[in-house]
Ligand binder design. Structure first.
Ligand code: GLC
Length: 459
């Protein structure tokens, strides 16, 4: 145990996670576990850097975030081939690493072409835009995003996300494991996590684009898409007792424009646990939606980011916080908070995960508890003026980190076991604790990280 108070200890550990490129700080490594095989945890992951970036912004260390944005922008422009296939330009890497030879340093990046399972890191480019907006708001340096190289970077991402595809839906269609849950978990299609980040990224891009002729064309597309995306998620992903009653009595196989059961969800697909678990007055956004498919699992990142980005309207946001409060033991337990609830088990686990031994029930992505979600819970609590819930989560978590050596994730239905393959000294655990603490102490500093509620009459 260290002699330092926990906050100072966390600051020291966060500091030692910073990586330098040509003597400039450019990011943080994923973990500093002295005992585990590094694999790719010695790289800077774009998604893992988000809470670190927000901590640096709140500490007014804007240069680190700027360097990160500049270097990742450079990586975005790299032409890449996988087995002879040219990967579309615009994606941001999952992670990058500083390497050196005799006389120079250089960066290498993983766009999923090295990652376990060759998963596409679609969330990276969405988080990147959200960080770029936060950087401008916190530092006052709006010139960075206005530069032609950054505008081009934004256009490339928007082209990937907004170009016509084989799609009838304003939500973004993605393969499985394209986000924080980067292993097969049955989240292909239109998962909530991606939709919440997509919404945040579009709202950020809307603020950042300069109205050149190309910029103005993207702004028009974004305005249309935001409206349709908001409508789709707020109306069709929403679950509460009224909605369950409605689905429970749905008629199947309806054809035509004005039918009730548009996605042909069969009542029998409502899992039994939910009929008992859903409180009378609370609700949440479903994990995914597609033909005859509603993923009824609760996904924390998607729901919390829906609050933070205002993808959920203010009533829905309150009801999601109500659910977290009422189902605290299941969703928060002893470590804020569970990445999804409930876990898939038995044959369903085999089919959903491909018999993944890391994602056994109540572990890792399959119902494991992730301290990184603490900052999002704190931010959502502040935004909805439910600070007490954030404080309660902070109290539950904070005293365990030092003794447990800042684990990546926890296992078990109540989150009391350190994850069986969990890294120690995981940077986003440390950064999330720091960020949650900074926000708890200075709630007014949340502004660059959240998005105002827009005029609901637009919907
Ligand atoms: C795991 C997580 C992923 C994270 C990475 C590095 O693969 O699932 O979300 O970015 O570890 O910490």
């Amino acid at each position: 145990m260290s002699e330092l108070p926990i906050l100072q200890l966390a600051e020291k550990l966060h500091e030692s996670a910073i990586i330098y490129y040509q003597e400039r700080p450019v990011g943080t490594i994923a973990a500093q576990d002295p005992e585990a095989d590094a694999l790719n945890y010695d790289q800077c992951f774009v998604r893992d850097f988000v809470p670190s970036a927000f901590v640096f912004l709140l500490q007014k260390r804007h240069d680190i975030v700027k360097n990160f944005l500049v270097e990742t922008l450079g990586l975005q422009k790299q032409v890449r081939r996988v087995d002879g296939f040219e990967v579309p330009l615009g994606l941001m890497p999952a992670s990058f690493k500083v390497q050196s030879d005799a006389d120079r340093q250089y960066l290498t990046a993983d766009f999923g072409d090295h990652a376990i399972g060759r998963v596409t890191p679609i969330d990276s480019c969405l988080w990147w835009i959200i960080v770029l907006r936060a950087y401008g708001k916190a530092s006052g340096d709006t010139a960075l995003a206005e530069g032609s190289d950054f505008q081009e970077g934004l256009h490339l991402i928007l082209k990937l996300c907004l170009s016509p595809q084989f799609e009838m839906s304003p939500t973004l269609l993605v393969p499985d494991a394209a986000c924080m849950i980067d292993r097969r978990m049955g989240i292909d299609g239109h998962p909530l996590e991606i939709q919440a980040l997509f919404y945040g990224a579009l709202r950020s891009a809307r603020e950042l684009l300069t109205p050149t002729s190309e910029g103005a064309a993207w702004i028009r597309k974004i305005d249309e898409r935001l409206k349709a995306l908001r409508f789709r998620v707020r109306h069709y992903y929403w679950l509460d007792l009224d909605k369950l009653n409605e689905i429970h009595r749905y008629k199947g196989d309806q054809f035509g424009e004005s039918v009730m059961n548009k996605f042909n969800i069969y009542p029998d697909s409502i899992p039994y646990w939910l009929t008992e678990w859903m409180p009378d007055w609370a609700g949440y956004l479903a994990g995914n939606l597609g033909p005859s498919r509603m993923d009824f699992r609760f996904f924390a990142l998607g729901n919390l980011m829906a609050i933070i980005t205002s993808l959920a309207d203010s009533t829905q946001s309150q009801q999601i916080m109500d659910l977290i409060e009422l189902q605290w033991d299941d969703l928060v337990g002893r470590m804020p908070m569970k990445i999804c609830f409930p876990a898939v088990e038995g044959l369903e686990w085999r089919i959903t995960t491909g018999s993944d031994p890391k994602n056994t029930p109540w572990s890792y992505h399959n119902g494991g508890s992730w301290p990184v979600l603490l900052w999002m819970l704190m931010a959502a609590a502040i935004k909805t003026k439910r600070q007490k819930l954030g404080e309660q989560a902070w109290m539950t978590a904070s005293y365990r980190f030092e003794e447990d050596e800042w684990p990546e994730y926890y296992d078990g239905k109540n989150g009391r076991l350190v994850g069986k393959s969990s890294r120690k000294y995981q940077t986003w655990t440390i950064a999330s604790f720091l960020l949650a603490t900074l926000l708890q102490d200075n709630p007014e500093q949340i502004a660059p990280l959240i998005f105002d509620e827009e005029d609901s009459s637009e919907v």
